[in-house]
Ligand binder design. Structure first.
Ligand SMILES: Nc1ncnc2c1ncn2[C@@H]1O[C@H](COP(=O)(O)OP(=O)(O)OP(=O)(O)O)[C@@H](O)[C@H]1O
Ligand SMILES: C[C@@](O)(CCOP(=O)(O)O)CC(=O)O
Length: 399
């Protein structure tokens, strides 16, 4: 049994999207993480290069709760624990299984690109367990389980990476109230009840059309950045209720709303204008907070793309990782790649991972209607051409 989940890149709305209901634009990319699940007898193991030479080993307590041997709580175990809890609530018999994880979302030495490996590992793990027990979870239910799992490890995370990895394609995303959901999950409710709780009211995902005349180019700075540390730093310097934070949110909302409209209208020049506005906004946030969002390398990456007529910005929290470029037909992409190489920036040859076709969700539409569909990222995903790594093999100079 094998499931795949793609990585992602933020296009706009970073930092603001951490606030429930604030919009962002994200794209799923065709580098994937693969989880292979095999049934086992009296304990479960997770094999991944992430854990070194030995697997993470888990067992069950008498009360059916998942126990971890020797290791700190992590994303995979959070996904197993939350999905197993739902499995128990739905009355399916517990079984043991091993997971073998392989990822294209780090470079060969294990350095992360910032393509959302933590999200992909959670999404693919949940898809594998869904297939194993034949739980019949919809894409939205799997996203919700992924968000609850992630919130236990990284409560600040907006879950935009999980949405891109679950639904694929280009999406507009707004996050739910993770504090309320965690409280529901920890204190009061079952997982089943939490899937329908009011904490999801601000959550939405809308499919966006792929730009017809703009190409997505991606540059990697070679330095991994800690999203959690950057978000914490920004929050410390602009408290949630401060005027500057309110102004930042309003400006981000204006840019993302306009970007969504421009994308829906296939208005390429307006789209480029708004990518530039999103970059300027993040530069301002960096200046206000003293947090280095646009590092020297990200600055060079963007300026080089701009000098050849494209629009560019850091993707996600910045501080390293990747920058995104939208290039029109008149842009000389090869000239950008040559200049990037001279500046020590690697091109990542990424395409867009296709949408699962289920990405128009707001809370009122969820649960039930898609039951039984394991979605594009269930076991069927291995048949998808887009997850075939051949599809992204490309010219020289790439990481
Ligand atoms: N192949 C894997 N096997 C098991 N766990 C993994 C794997 N890849 C990533 N993870 C989990 O995700 C964590 C990395 O998350 P982190 O947020 O630092 O990176 P990312 O999600 O790739 O980047 P970004 O948040 O910038 O998009 C790892 O510490 C590990 O817990
Ligand atoms: C800054 C933030 O809005 C985006 C983080 O993106 P990334 O994981 O650095 O690619 C944080 C979040 O959405 O959880």
């Amino acid at each position: 049994m094998e499931t795949k989940a793609p990585g992602k890149l933020y296009i706009a709305g970073e930092y603001a999207v951490v606030e429930p209901g604030e919009p962002s634009v994200i794209v799923a990319v065709d580098r994937v993480l693969t989880v292979k699940l095999t049934p086992s007898d009296d304990l479960g193991r997770v094999f991944s290069s992430e854990y070194g030479l030995r697997p993470v080993v888990w067992t069950r307590d008498d009360d059916d709760s998942i126990q971890l041997e020797h290791r700190p709580f992590d994303y995979v175990m959070a996904a197993i624990a939350v999905t197993e809890r739902l499995r128990g609530e739905r009355g399916y018999e517990p079984r043991y299984f091993d997971l073998h994880i392989e990822s294209e979302l780090d470079d060969s030495s294990g350095r992360k690109f910032g393509l959302g490996s933590s999200a992909a590992v959670v999404v693919a793990t949940i898809a594998a367990i869904n297939d194993f027990y034949a739980l019949g979870l919809t894409p939205t239910e799997r996203f919700k389980l992924a968000l609850l799992s992630t919130a236990r490890v990284a409560p600040r995370s907006s879950g935009g990476d999980l949405a891109a990895s679950t639904f694929g394609g280009w999406i507009r995303y707004t996050s739910p109230d993770r504090d309320a959901l965690l409280e529901d999950l920890e204190c009061n409710e079952t997982v089943s009840e939490t899937l329908g709780s009011a904490g999801w009211d601000d959550f939405s995902v809308t499919q966006l059309p792929e730009p017809e005349t703009l190409e997505l180019l991606v540059g990697w700075t070679g330095s991994p950045a800690s999203t959690e540390r950057l978000v914490k730093g920004v929050e410390k310097r602009t408290p949630v209720d401060s005027t500057s934070h309110e102004a930042f949110l309003a400006e981000s909302r204006g840019i993302v709303d306009a970007l969504v409209s421009a994308m829906q209208a296939q208005d390429a020049s307006r789209t480029l204008e708004l990518i530039r506005a999103a970059r300027t906004l993040l530069q301002g946030l960096g200046e206000t907070t003293g947090i280095q969002i646009e590092t020297e390398k990200l600055h060079a990456l963007c300026e080089i793309a701009e000098s050849h007529g494209a629009a560019a910005k850091p993707s996600g929290a910045g501080g390293g990782d990747c920058g995104i470029v939208l290039a029109g037909p008149e842009t000389d992409n090869d000239a950008i790649f040559v200049d990037w190489q001279a500046a020590g920036i690697s091109r990542l040859g990424l395409g867009v991972y296709p949408s699962c076709g289920e990405a128009d969700v707001c809370d009122s539409e969820t649960d039930g209607s898609e039951a039984g569909d394991s979605g594009a990222f269930g076991s069927d995903a291995s048949d998808s051409g887009a997850s075939d790594s051949d599809a992204r093999e490309s010219e020289g100079g790439e990481a």
